[in-house]
Design a protein around this ligand. Structure first.
Ligand code: COA
Length: 264
């Protein structure tokens, strides 16, 4: 039991840069007090001391502002930062090394008995004010943005933000370079298509280029297979796209040339 308490304290140091020493953590971290009181309440709950378990849980809520139902299953090194306003429902399951910030709800969306609260796998982080509602799984290492409302499963390692929660797709540098090369091959000026641009049209074009590349790869594989079977299908050239097909690329290069002129 003491080794578990020690690792709970260590997890505060690992995840809160403001923590200064063990005495401060022991006395001033309501999240830690809530977790320890929950462990006691849960032990009573599973031994069928239901009312006493609810009382201990309620005492934890009075003292910390964090409400964890004694039936909820909580893993090791669970870290609650600040904590006020957190609600964790009866059938919620929380893996190891999970972090929750203030105002998070792990709630249900139905009044049916049985599993109605979410399962958070190991290493999940849920931002301040987020609501995770329903009996689905948030995969290992996933992140939920502050104030998001998530009602569907989140894959492992993904980040969900907004209302309703949507998964943010980050483009890797390698993928960005591939897009650029493909766009240049088509004679399209990839200027203005970086991941940092919030322009939805540019993002859509990026997605189309990714798809084109995947289709090309598949076609090449098919052509090679046909070639091995004696077909000359591969030898036929694809039509090229003229520059005039991309008036916006001309406009962009003109405006970038004008910008260069201004700088000179
Ligand atoms: C969701 C979160 C984990 C994402 O972090 P990240 O992986 O570093 O992602 P980024 O900051 O690069 O953001 C990626 C995109 O998501 C958006 N985003 C990030 N957090 C968001 C949120 N909570 N709601 C809506 N959009 C959000 C960003 O604006 C950015 O959008 P863009 O690609 O259009 O520019 C983080 O923003 C977050 O909310 N953490 C919780 C922290 C918290 O609650 N702290 C409380 C301390 S008291």
């Amino acid at each position: 039991m003491f080794s578990n308490m020690r690792e709970d304290i260590q997890s505060v140091f690992r995840r809160d840069p403001a923590a200064r020493n063990a005495f401060e953590v022991l006395t001033c971290y309501p999240g830690l007090h809530a977790v320890w009181l929950h462990r006691l309440a849960h032990a009573l709950w599973v031994r069928n001391w239901k009312w006493l378990a609810r009382m201990v849980s309620n005492l934890g809520r009075w003292l910390t502002g964090i409400e964890i139902h004694p039936g909820a299953k909580i893993g090791r090194r669970f870290f609650i930062d600040h904590g006020m306003g957190i609600v964790i429902g009866e059938t919620a399951e929380v893996g190891d090394d999970v972090t929750l910030y203030q105002g998070v709800t792990l709630g249900g969306t139905s009044w049916n008995k049985g599993k109605r609260h979410p399962t958070l796998e190991d290493g999940v982080v849920v931002g301040a004010g987020a609501k995770v509602l329903g009996p689905f799984t948030v995969g290992a290492g996933a992140k939920i943005g502050s104030n998001a409302v998530v009602t569907k499963a989140v894959p492992a390692g993904a980040t969900a933000v907004g209302i309703p929660g949507r998964i943010i797709v980050k483009t890797s540098e390698e993928q960005e370079a591939k897009r650029q090369a493909l766009a240049e091959r088509f004679g399209f000026d990839a200027y203005g298509m970086s991941e940092d641009m919030p322009d939805p049209v540019a993002r859509s074009i990026g997605q189309i280029l990714d798809h084109l590349e995947a289709v090309e790869e598949r076609l090449e594989g098919m052509c090679e297979a046909l070639h091995k079977m004696g077909s000359d299908f591969q030898g036929k050239e694809l039509p090229t796209l003229p520059d005039s097909a991309f008036p916006c690329s001309e406009l962009l290069s003109r405006s970038s040339a004008e910008d260069d002129g201004v700088k000179d």
